[in-house]
Ligand binder design. Structure first.
Ligand SMILES: [Zn+2]
Length: 175
């Protein structure tokens, strides 16, 4: 595809006259010229509208918008809940390593087994585990039968899931 049709000026033009996405396809169905003039018209209209409003009017509009938003939020709890859940799921999917590191930090904090200042390092370990398809294991378990390990980088190792679950809460043999 070397040409594209602009539906605004109804002209077929070379691709260079369109804003392109990373994959080389046009971003939208308007050429640069038409996008530019549409923006210019919109800015001019906005300018005129803003000039006519006093600061008080603008503040009142902002308050009214916020009120509408919170009324809508209150009226649609299930949609708000679903949207929040969807956003959280997207985050977890995109940041699995970070989420795993955060969950582990939370459990370690509850057991008072963590030292401050290692978050970035520990998160990198969890990210690496995620990338390699491995799990993060505490060499000395956080709540072992005979010892209590710390949630610190030097007590973490990468294990396969099966290896990690067979290890359970056992500390290294040498102690
Ligand atoms: Zn055009």
């Amino acid at each position: 595809m070397t040409e594209h049709h602009c539906k605004s000026c109804d002209t077929t033009k070379p691709l260079a006259e369109f804003y392109l996405r990373a994959d080389g396809r046009p971003q939208r169905r308007k050429c640069k010229l038409c996008v530019g003039s549409a923006n210019k018209i919109a800015r001019a209209a906005l300018g005129r509208a803003q000039k006519r409003r006093t600061p008080e009017e603008l503040a009142a509009r902002k308050a009214a918008n916020l009120q509408r938003l919170s009324a809508w939020t209150a009226a649609h709890p299930e949609r708000v809940k679903a949207a929040r859940k969807a956003a959280a799921d997207r985050f977890v999917k995109a940041n699995r390593g970070r989420v795993n590191a955060g969950n582990a930090a939370y459990r370690a904090h509850k057991r008072r087994a963590t030292l401050p200042g290692f978050d970035v390092w520990i998160t990198a370990i969890y990210d690496t585990a995620q990338d390699l398809g491995l799990t993060v294991d505490h060499v000395y378990p956080l709540h072992g039968k005979t010892s209590c390990g710390l949630h610190v980088p030097w007590n973490l190792q990468l294990l396969s899931l099966s290896r990690n679950s067979s290890k359970r809460n056992t500390a290294p043999r040498s102690i």
